[in-house]
Design a protein around this ligand. Sequence first.
Ligand code: GDP
Length: 302
Amino acid sequence: NKFKEGLAKTRNQFTSKVNDLVAKYRKVDEDFFEELEEILLQADVGFETVDELMEALRFEVQRKNIKDTAGIQSVISEKLVEIYEAGDENITELQLENEGLSVVLFVGVNGVGKTTTIGKLAHRLKGEGKKVMLAAGDTFRAGAIDQLQVWGDRVGVEVIKQAEGSDPAAVMYDAIRAAKTRNADVLICDTAGRLQNKVNLMNELEKIHRVISREIPNAPHEVLLALDATTGQNALVQAQTFKEATNVTGIVLTKLDGTAKGGIVLAIRTKLHIPVKFVGLGEQMDDLQPFDAEKYVYGLFA
Ligand code: GDP
């Protein structure tokens, strides 16, 4: 169970604190609720989700006349899943064409794990029998093109690239042409991760969008934002900027295995209303998992 393994850090802190609390209080009362709230906030679940959860818990405790804390964990899990799934942002599957070329554009700040995620996703889609190609659209960061090529070689998919410093929109144009010629199913495009001022970011992404949609009207089919779970609230700030700059259709939350604050998944859902489509649970090729609220929450309490 990848989720269970990947969430070990969060589970060790968050769940053991909840378990300690349950043992300490025995009775469900206001003090218990208050301390639980504190633990949830420390796990980066976020104020909004915590408020929502506490309200749901209080209601449930009253309705079922729950007096003592034994077994309250399962009520918490149930409510967390309900809260997550109540949103309209639960389309976790990639929305790709059944026939013809689909384009997936990746955006995100340098260092969050964008290149690694592109490699992992290429591997996953290839495993589903799709012909995948990569476009090296980060022509700005030194080494970005080589790094993508390394992943291309590892996974066994072709990388379309130009020289460092060339126009990313021109790379996209080339890549789409090449992908069409080779009858590829999915073209995954990297982009530069500079978070300069928002206007520049917006202009650059707009230009890329324009070139892509001129070649394929429905493309890009997905714009996936890579966020580093270990950066906590900072990830939310990045997400807000990208959301304002372009139409982000999904989030890939990387390095969830590297943080004890895995509650950030829930904060993203409440704050941004963008579905988390995948989570990164390690550095290896098959450490990318489709996000599943139930597996995630039960992974925490397992
Ligand atoms: P980029 O600059 O956004 O393209 O970031 P990279 O793909 O180069 O990743 C930066 C570092 O994060 C690398 O050392 C990756 O191995 C690591 N990394 C990426 N995703 C994950 C993940 O899900 N879990 C862990 N533990 N490390 C990851």
